[in-house]
Design a binder for this molecule. Structure first.
Ligand code: SF4
Ligand code: SF4
Length: 425
């Protein structure tokens, strides 16, 4: 990780010592999980560069954009519509929630039995190590699970520019109307923040940029159905993680170039894992940077992850917004249609998710599904129980894992994953 940005970090109010320790642990993880692997696609060099500059050049770009009058909006959830942000010529960035930081301080504010993802957001804020959070002009939280909903009440004390979006919990007509009115409220807030009137033309541009990015990610997802898989699950997860930080146009170009390379690898039967390696579909809670533990363990055990049924993955990028509307209202309705299909476990009931997992498992020729639930995440852990029954009835191998961000359970997880992989081989 490039460290030539001390003054910029200081000006943003970061704690340089704590930040340095975050960069050091990122560096070690990245070297061990990514750079030391063999037979990675050459185009992954772009992702390696982005990661080496994720707190450097990318932040400089954001600050330059701010100096020219553009705004930066941070988000924690795939329900925040990037189309609206891009339509106002603002920049959207995902906020890291993938590592434990300052846990002793966090647990003075939140109960111990809060999921690691929520605690991580607080840890990054309290220890002043996230330049994205500090550079953001607006941070968008959303009322999804109970943990997030209540935690944002506390987070607002630390991050006064927090805007909370209220999301529906049921896929009913009333739920859809509610989402529509919340997206309208968000559009107004973005217009006020940026001083830009979001016209139909601007909205169409935002939709076009987001659709192209999602189409590139969907192309990558489809290529992973090949056997042998042309790219490792770790690299594919990294791409889905970087999708939240990088400039959308540049990122889309880079991922399409990578997909061109993967098509050649598929023709040459050059895989990221040996022929016949067991294929795993990962399903469950989102995995934000630098949460790479489970795919790392799976691939270390000789299997390959071929898909992520996750917000950092398929749930976040599938379905494009229809581009047929002409008025702003029609385009907004199309945006609502697209987001209302997201099958997050906070919806009740949520049968689409089960069907989608079966569908993904078949399409990607997975030998088994590993369900990843963060400890204390009730929505996903509760859903994983009936899911297990349904998949078993359909003869799909299933393993349920509950974990957090620490490495303390690595030995135990490794034993369970190795046993599962042996069974499905
Ligand atoms: S799991 Fe649900 S709440 Fe979390 S990022 Fe995804 S859509 Fe948002
Ligand atoms: S992982 Fe679960 S508990 Fe944590 S924020 Fe997401 S839905 Fe809520």
């Amino acid at each position: 990780m490039n460290r030539d940005y001390q003054k910029m970090w200081l000006d943003l109010g970061l704690d340089l010592n704590a930040h340095d320790s975050l960069l050091s642990s990122l560096e070690t993880g990245y070297r061990d999980f990514f750079l030391n692997r063999k037979n990675r696609p050459e185009e992954m060099a772009y992702l390696d560069f982005v990661m080496s500059e994720v707190h450097g050049l990318r932040i400089k770009e954001l600050l330059n954009a701010k100096a020219s009058g553009r705004k930066v909006i941070g988000s924690f959830c795939v329900f925040v519509p990037e189309e609206i942000v891009l339509a106002a010529d603002a920049i959207m960035v995902g906020l890291c929630t993938g590592a434990d930081f300052a846990m002793a301080e966090v647990e003075k504010i939140l109960p111990r039995n809060t999921c690691a993802l929520i605690k991580s957001a607080f840890g990054f804020k309290l220890s002043k190590v996230c330049p994205f959070l500090e550079a953001a002009d607006l941070v968008v939280g959303e009322n999804t699970c109970d943990g997030k909903k209540k935690a944002y009440e506390q987070f607002k004390q630390l991050q006064p520019n927090l805007y909370v979006m209220d999301l529906p919990q049921q896929k009913t007509d009333i739920g859809r109307e509610h989402l529509q009115s919340e997206y309208q409220r968000f559009l107004t807030a973005v217009e006020q923040l940026t001083g830009v009137e979001i016209t139909a033309e601007r909205l169409r541009h935002g939709i076009d940029l987001s659709n192209k990015k999602r189409a590139a990610l969907a192309r990558l997802a489809r290529l992973r159905a090949a056997d042998p898989a042309p790219i490792s699950g770790l690299d594919a997860l990294l791409i889905n993680q970087v999708a939240f930080y990088d400039d959308p146009v540049r990122f889309t170009g880079a991922i399409n170039k990578l997909c061109d390379e993967l098509e050649v690898r598929i023709r040459n039967r050059s895989g990221a894992a040996p022929d016949g390696a067991p294929r795993i579909l990962l399903s469950g809670c989102p995995m934000a940077v630098p949460n790479w533990k489970i795919p790392w363990l799976i691939e270390k055990a000789g299997a390959v992850v071929v898909g992520e049924e996750s917000c950092v993955g398929e749930r976040g990028c599938r379905n494009l917004v229809a581009e047929t509307g002409t008025s702003r209202e029609e385009l907004m309705a199309a945006i609502v249609d697209r987001y209302f299909k997201i099958d997050c476990a906070v919806f009740t009931p949520n049968p689409e998710r089960e069907s989608h997992i079966v569908e993904m498992s078949r399409a990607l020729k997975a030998d088994g599904v590993v369900h990843y639930g963060l400890q204390f995440c009730q929505p996903y852990i509760i859903e994983s129980m009936p899911l297990e029954d349904r998949l078993q009835k359909q003869d799909i191998n299933f393993l349920r894992i509950e974990t957090d961000y620490s490495m303390e359970d690595v030995g135990q997880l490794q034993t369970r994953l190795e046993a599962f992989i042996e069974i499905i081989s």
